[in-house]
Structures are given as structure tokens and as C-alpha cells.
Ligand binder design. Structure first.
Ligand code: NI
Length: 222
């Protein structure tokens, strides 16, 4: 069972929390199948919309897909539906209260693909006001470039140098199993390594922002 108050405590104190097995198995399977289809649209069927982000790798000859942006607008119904309703909304509501999704994407890291440079998703926002929820579709380990974080770095000021923060450490690897959801404060300093030659590692990432306008009015019942 997921205890939202413990999750919020971890996010407040260290900037992140793992929710093991948060996704029901049938939903995980459905999302994995749709993720396969979205990726095949690019790799097999030549999809080249501006939402499909890729880079050229001279060793491969073909562009390497690494991110699908505006995921709620793609032709994957079950994945798109989570932007409107369901588990991500329920978790965000339980952790930070009334909130709404503000970004939705899928990250895919094929064998041999490069890591994600160290960064903060956002630097100057309130405490525990905006969180990132990442659904892991595949096993994520240090071998295939799992998330790495500097615990507590979400509390640093907005102008901090992320590379210096990383160098100072400590850097903690955050491995995940398929069906886990990892939540982090968007100010957390984080990145990920290369996929050395492990299996593909895909995650669906959603950003949720607390929305003060959605909070019940204190005087509403009077
Ligand atoms: Ni990020």
C-alpha cells in the first residue's frame, strides 16, 4: 500500500520517493504494448512529427529516438487517458493535493543510447508544489542508465550550478522495476547515465502542479 503522507515526507525531505509496484499489472501490460506501437511508428513506419525527438548517431545510420513529447496527443489511447484521469491524478492529488498535469512525455533509452545531462526540471518554484511522476515500463538499473539524483538538492537556491552540485554529491542511483512509479520534486538535481548495453529502458513521465484555484474555499460551506 502507498501511504501518501510518507511519500510527501520523503519528497519534502530528500526530494524523491519510489512507489514500488504502484501500477496494476494489466495496466502496465497495456501501456507497454502501446509504448511498443508508438516507438515502432518512428522506427518502422517513419513517423517524424516534431513531438518525436531523436538524435543522429554516426555509428547507427538511423536516427535514435529518445523522447516522445506531448504524449497525450499521440495515437495511444490508454497512455493518453492517464493525462485526463486515473492513477497519476490520484497519486498527485494524494501527495500534493488538488493539482493538474502540466507536461507529459515518454523517455526511451535503447541499448547504447546516451544518458540525460544533469539538470533541474524547474528551479524556482515553491516547496512540494510541482512534482514529476515517472512510470517505469521496463527494469531500470545502473547498467541501462537509471535515474541518478543528489538527495536534498531540491532545497538549493534556483541559481545553483547543477554540475557543481553533482560533483559535490552524494550521487544516488534510483533503480526501478516495471510498474514502479518514482516521484520527485521538480527542483531535484538529477540526470542519468548511458545505456551501456542493457535492455531498452522506457518511462512515461508526467509533471503535476498543485493548483491553488482548485482548493476548496474555506468559506464554501457557510
Ligand atoms: Ni528531469
Amino acid at each position: 500500500m502507498i501511504d501518501p503522507s510518507l511519500t510527501l515526507r520523503d519528497i519534502t525531505e530528500v526530494g524523491y520517493a519510489t512507489l514500488p509496484g504502484a501500477l496494476p499489472a494489466p495496466l502496465l501490460e497495456a501501456l507497454r504494448q502501446e509504448a511498443d506501437q508508438l516507438i515502432e511508428a518512428f522506427t518502422v513506419h517513419g513517423e517524424r512529427s516534431s513531438d518525436f525527438w531523436s538524435y543522429d548517431d554516426p555509428k547507427r545510420g538511423n536516427p535514435v529516438l529518445y523522447r516522445i513529447h506531448n504524449l497525450e496527443r499521440q495515437s495511444a489511447q490508454r497512455i493518453a487517458s492517464l493525462y485526463e484521469t486515473g492513477i497519476l491524478h490520484e497519486l498527485a492529488q494524494a501527495i500534493i493535493g488538488p493539482s493538474r498535469p502540466t507536461a507529459y512525455a515518454m523517455v526511451t533509452k535503447v541499448p547504447g543510447a546516451a544518458g540525460v545531462p544533469w539538470h533541474r526540471d524547474r528551479a524556482t518554484v515553491e516547496n512540494s508544489a510541482i512534482i514529476n511522476l515517472s512510470i517505469y515500463l521496463d527494469k531500470s538499473t545502473e547498467e541501462n542508465g537509471c535515474l541518478e539524483v543528489v538527495p536534498g538538492s531540491h532545497r538549493l537556491p534556483g541559481y545553483v550550478d547543477v554540475e557543481a552540485t553533482r560533483a559535490q554529491g552524494p550521487v544516488v542511483a534510483v533503480p526501478a522495476e516495471p510498474g514502479d512509479i518514482v516521484v520527485h520534486d521538480v527542483r531535484l538535481v538529477h540526470g542519468s547515465g548511458d545505456n551501456e548495453n542493457g535492455p531498452v529502458r522506457r518511462s512515461i513521465i508526467a509533471e503535476f502542479a498543485a493548483d491553488p484555484l482548485l482548493r476548496p474555499s474555506e468559506g464554501a460551506s457557510r
